[in-house]
Ligand binder design. Structure first.
Ligand code: MN
Length: 500
């Protein structure tokens, strides 16, 4: 079963008529074989379908138009088995509004040294056919993925599979709905932004509901539903005794379940894939949603605290990219530092809302006071995050464009136990170092909120930024502050010239 069940990538091969029917028949057979072999690979997260060998401007335009209008087609793999004069591709590529990957491969892996002749050479021309195709893409200024290597190689298949995940996510973004319960936190800059521009550039629609609309749904939740969910909590988490059925704070757990069920109903009814809330607008709610939001994130919903709709949408995107294969992905905030020169670290957390998909072991379900928001004590899951390489990614509105900012980090066990910290957390080492990594992040205007993931990589986010046509900055092992500043200055000029 494919991860993105109904989605499809179309495999299209470029050629021309010069070679005659026999050669074109072989080209089609090879294409079919490659597409079927890729499709049969479990790594591929959606179906890969061979469409046709295109040899004329009209057939190219037709297949591109058909891709545009096919709701299940998330993108194309284009391969130039032979030489395909690329002026033929102009009209089709100009019309195409789905992402594509240029697979620069050839049918045979090795040169058949002893038997190679001109017939073989004429059939297997990817090496220069791919260059002709690349030229027209560059001339048209089209962002696309180029994957080079033999189609049976693991690295080629891994690259393709990751690109398909990004393309599926881009398709998911088109028309995706984010609901904000209340506005963003008063006076906060980075959680603000241009929602109209987000819909134009990213395809995501962001709209607000008053908290009363949600409270109405929460108040309609049936008692039997709450009973069932509370029983689920008891099996999935280490429940604090005071929250247990005999505990004196059991009612608070029931209240959390009621909020979770109300949120689920509201999101489902409105077909929302992500949401925000804010502790400044909880009128009619008894608790700030902690446990409910943690569990909704674990089920794939995007979430942004304090009205941060950009990170709600981004988290949904990152989770969708990792679908079916997620090592852990959460809403995150750079919370506090450990500035010991021997090992500077950042502790990531939030007031409550960290996704249990990043938990190292079975989360504890606890209740503690929250000194902000003026509501009853919220129930929450408490745990340490896993160790391993991860990214923090942030989407910010620079006024003239969206900027996607990625930082590679290495998550690790906390130096010591944290017995008094009543929230989920994860400790990480910033790349290239806390000193330069944090400086670069701050110079780039990156948010304090991020999507944190062990599954999605900087390269995936780069592919995503290219599909969206937005700016990307990566802070990684190779980041040098002077070059990074120059890159930002060049980007200012680039995006000014492009009028974005
Ligand atoms: Mn926050």
């Amino acid at each position: 079963m494919k991860v993105y069940q109904e989605k499809e990538v179309w495999f299209v091969t470029g050629s021309q008529h010069l070679y005659g029917e026999e050669v074109l028949k072989t080209v089609a057979q090879h294409s079919q074989l490659i597409a079927e072999s890729l499709d049969a690979d479990n790594r591929m997260p959606c179906k890969i379908t061979f469409k046709e060998v295109v040899t004329t401007p009209d057939s190219i335009f037709e297949v591109c138009s058909a891709a545009n209008h096919d709701a299940n087609c998330i993108g194309l793999v284009l391969w130039m088995h032979t030489f395909s004069p690329a002026k033929m591709w102009i009209r089709g590529l100009n019309a195409l509004n789905k992402p594509f990957c240029h697979l620069h491969t050839q049918f045979n892996r090795d040169i058949p040294w002893g038997t190679i002749d001109m017939d073989f050479m004429n059939l297997n021309q990817s090496a220069h056919g791919g260059r002709e195709f690349g030229h027209i893409c560059a001339r048209l200024g089209i962002e696309r993925k180029v994957i080079v290597g033999h189609w049976e190689q693991d690295d080629v298949r891994d690259d393709l599979s990751k690109w398909i995940r990004v393309a599926a996510t881009w398709a998911e973004f088109q028309g995706m709905k984010v609901v904000r319960f209340g506005d963003n936190m008063r006076q906060v800059s980075v959680t603000c932004g241009d929602k109209v521009e987000a819909e134009i550039v990213l395809g995501v629609s962001v709209n607000t509901h008053g908290i009363g609309d949600l409270v109405g749904v929460i108040n309609d939740v049936a008692k039997s539903e709450i009973d069932d969910l509370v029983a689920t909590y008891a099996t999935e988490y280490d429940l604090a005794p005071e929250l247990g059925i005999q505990g004196d704070r059991h009612e608070s757990l029931r209240e959390a379940a009621k909020i979770e069920l109300g949120l689920r109903h509201f999101l489902k009814q409105g077909d929302f894939a992500a949401y925000t809330d804010t502790f400044e607008d909880l009128h009619g709610m008894k608790q700030l949603p902690g446990l409910p939001t943690q569990r909704l994130m674990a089920d794939g919903y995007g979430f942004g605290a304090e009205g941060d709709w950009k990170h709600a949408a981004l988290l949904r995107a990152v989770k969708y990219m990792a679908l079916g294969n997620d090592k852990g992905t959460s809403f995150m905030e750079d919370y506090t530092y450990h500035l010991d020169p021997a090992g500077p670290r950042c502790l990531g957390s939030h007031m409550l809302e960290i996704c249990p998909s990043i938990a190292e072991s079975k989360p504890k379900c606890e209740i503690h006071p929250l000194g902000i928001g003026g509501k009853e004590d919220p129930v929450r899951l408490v745990f340490d995050g896993k160790s391993g390489p991860a990214i923090n990614v942030s989407l910010v509105d620079m006024g003239t464009r969206f900027r996607l900012l990625v930082n590679n980090v290495e998550a690790m066990k906390p130096n010591e136990d944290l017995p008094n910290l009543p929230v989920a957390r994860v400790l990480w080492d910033v790349k290239p170092s806390l000193k330069d990594g944090a400086a670069a992040w701050i110079l780039a205007g990156g948010a304090h909120h991020t999507a944190f993931s062990y599954s999605v990589t900087a390269e995936d986010m780069a592919d995503f930024a290219e599909m969206a046509g937005i700016e990307l900055l990566v802070i990684d092992e190779n980041t040098d502050l002077r070059s990074f500043k120059q890159e930002m200055r060049w980007n200012e000029a680039t995006y000014g010239l492009r009028g974005i």
